[in-house]
Write a new protein. Structure first.
Length: 607
């Protein structure tokens, strides 16, 4: 094949775009997606024509070209990202002041907002589980219009203050930013979103019509992020909403499982203050199990199951039954209570079996975000903390910034280690054996090495490897949790965006942001479908442990599905078995067989 290049002159900034005209099909995918206007069509040959002087090096054209007809060389035309320095507590012991700062001034936030390319096909929106219109709210910030920014955000999220603090942006919106996909440093989307939330009041639910005796009545099980999202959309639509929460305080994991230095209590409680003021009927200390489902359906038009995954995972190793081995839920709840104003640290430490704190080592199993919270809480109680995880650090589950913060506060983090046994004396933990592991690839589980291990002295072991669903609804909803994995052919817009073709970036611990984002769409669609008579499921209850923003987005999707299916009080409940199967005609024209195979895949997926 003869390779002919449309553009042979290097730009003044060292960037050069090569268009291989023998490959170019004139589809204009590159032209419509270039954020800099650097690509046009050559009118005679109808192939792409590039301007090196206008090119910013973002490589969107390179990622989106279906024929690999474009190659971009040279540096990225973007300024340095500004991240405010951490607030460093003068005294770490007992200090739960928020450490991660947002932007304080308009100058800071606008400088960062100006790094955004306002991409015609914004992959950051695909990376966001809620599909926030990121370019538009950033544009509103550039225009110093926070009211407009809130209006834009409110279309897709009701928790911007919380999500901007606790989301793992590096594996979501920022990991999908054009600059990140090009191997650079992304726009600080989370910090810009936080500036909006911190510097202007978050709008309360807008209730067009107050609930009445004839209103649609919906019960929501769980008050965490999924329950918040569902209740918000339902109350705004004029439904009568009753939320049932097993704990004494609403909010789920953000309330009891996230320390104030990560998520201040004033921020975490904001959604429920607004929801209660809007008329949501909240029932705390009200555990609902499968046996109560029929009763709820008898008194409500629909039920949304939105409880979280709150059962801690415990590693079944020898010695796990010893005193001094606890789970993350127990530790976080106790530590948070002990460190709040009026709390009793000494009583909590005594409850843990720790008579003194000097030289006391806490071994934390795991190195995800929950483990980081446990270890940093331990440091604030005056304890030494060591986290161990069997993964390679390159593929760590924790947010990169949170991992760095934990280490800065004196937490020891050991990767490629796994606990194999615990031993002690008089029934109390004293030592732990850690085997070494190797993990060359993210896609493969680590291998435990047989003859490489360490033995360390420990005074307390906290199992912080995450959470799982309890089994209370297993008989009623036996298909849950669903497998959150996209199958078949990806939607054309997803493939054309280039987010799926891009190699994983070191910026986000090599997370495959494209495939992760596409998999999350499975959860969103599943949340919109009833799983049984007038029953929808969202959040952790649907997919297993997920993120705050993902659960919130699924809760809103489920609420909208309820409103679409049951716009008014039904005379007769909708029973899925009575619905007629819908018929879909898939048409295709295929000579080579590729389109036929694609059509067959689509048809199989619709069955």
């Amino acid at each position: 094949m003869t390779i002919v290049e449309n553009n042979t002159r290097e730009g003044t900034h060292g960037r050069h775009v090569t268009v291989l005209v023998d490959r170019c099909a004139g589809c204009q995918e590159c032209v419509v997606r270039c954020p800099a206007g650097a690509l046009t069509m050559e009118p005679v040959t109808w192939t792409a024509l590039a301007s090196d002087d206008l090119c910013v090096g973002c490589r969107q054209c390179e990622r989106t070209c279906p024929f690999s007809a474009i190659v971009v060389d040279g540096p990225l035309a973007v300024g340095d990202r500004f991240d405010p320095p951490l607030r460093q507590p003068v005294e770490l012991r007992g200090n739960v002041e928020e450490t991660r700062r947002g932007y304080d001034t308009w100058e800071e936030v606008i400088a960062e907002a100006n790094r955004c390319l306002n991409c015609p096909d914004p992959t950051c929106m695909r990376g966001c589980p809620a599909h926030n219109d990121i370019p538009q709210f950033i544009a509103a910030v550039r225009g110093r219009d926070l009211a407009l920014a809130h209006e834009i955000l409110s279309r897709t999220t009701v928790m911007p203050d919380i999500c901007s603090r606790v989301c793992n942006q590096s594996a979501q919106c920022e990991g999908a930013c054009t600059w990140s996909l090009a191997g650079g440093v992304p726009v600080a989307v989370g910090r810009i979103e936080r500036f909006i939330a911190d510097h202007a009041p978050i709008p309360s639910p807008v209730v067009a019509t107050a609930p009445s005796a004839g209103s649609l009545s919906v019960a929501v099980i769980g008050s965490g992020p999924a329950g918040i999202g569902a209740a918000w959309d339902l109350i705004e639509a004029g439904a009568s909403v009753s939320v049932y929460e097993k704990d004494g305080t609403p909010g789920g994991l953000p309330i009891w499982g996230m320390p104030d230095f990560t998520l201040p209590d004033e921020v975490a409680t904001r959604p429920w203050r607004q929801l209660c003021d809007a008329g949501v009927d909240l029932h705390c200390n009200s555990a609902i199990d499968a046996s109560a489902m029929d009763e709820l359906l008898a008194t409500h038009d629909a039920v949304i199951v939105a409880h979280g995954a709150g059962a801690p995972i415990r590693l079944p190793v020898p010695g796990a039954e010893l005193d001094g081995v606890v789970d993350a839920t127990y530790f976080l709840k106790g530590a948070k209570s002990a460190l709040e104003v009026g709390g009793d640290e000494r009583a909590f430490l005594t409850e843990l079996g720790l008579k003194e704190i000097r030289g006391v080592r806490v071994l934390v199993l795991g190195a995800g975000n929950t483990a980081m919270d446990v270890a940093r809480m331990a440091r604030r109680l005056g304890l030494e903390a060591t986290c161990v995880d069997w993964l390679n650090e390159r593929f760590a589950l924790a947010r990169p910034d949170e991992l760095a913060e934990a280490r800065h506060e004196g937490v020891e983090v050991l990767f490629q280690r796994t606990l194999t046994s615990i031993s002690g004396a008089q029934g109390r933990v004293q030592r732990a054996v850690l085997a070494h592991t190797v993990q060359p690839e993210r896609s493969k589980l680590p291998t435990v090495l047989k003859n490489a291990s360490d033995e360390i002295d420990v005074d307390l072991v906290v199992m912080a490897m995450g959470y799982r669903l309890d089994t209370s609804f297993k008989d009623t909803l036996p298909t849950l949790p669903i497998k959150k994995r996209a199958s078949g052919m990806a939607e054309g817009e997803w493939k054309a965006s280039g987010i799926l073709a891009n190699p994983a970036s070191a910026y986000n611990h090599f997370s495959p942001v494209g495939s992760l984002a596409l998999d999350r769409e499975v959860g969103l669609w599943a949340a919109s479908l009833p799983l049984r008579d007038r029953t929808w499921v969202a959040g952790d209850a649907l997919t297993g442990p997920s993120t705050v923003v993902e659960a919130m987005a699924q809760g809103r999707r489920a609420a909208r599905a309820v409103l679409d299916a049951l716009p008014t009080r039904p005379d007769r409940p909708v029973v899925l078995s009575e619905r007629h199967g819908q018929r879909v005609l898939v048409c295709y024209a295929s000579e080579g067989g590729t389109t036929q195979r694609a059509a067959e895949t689509v048809g199989e997926g619709l069955r």
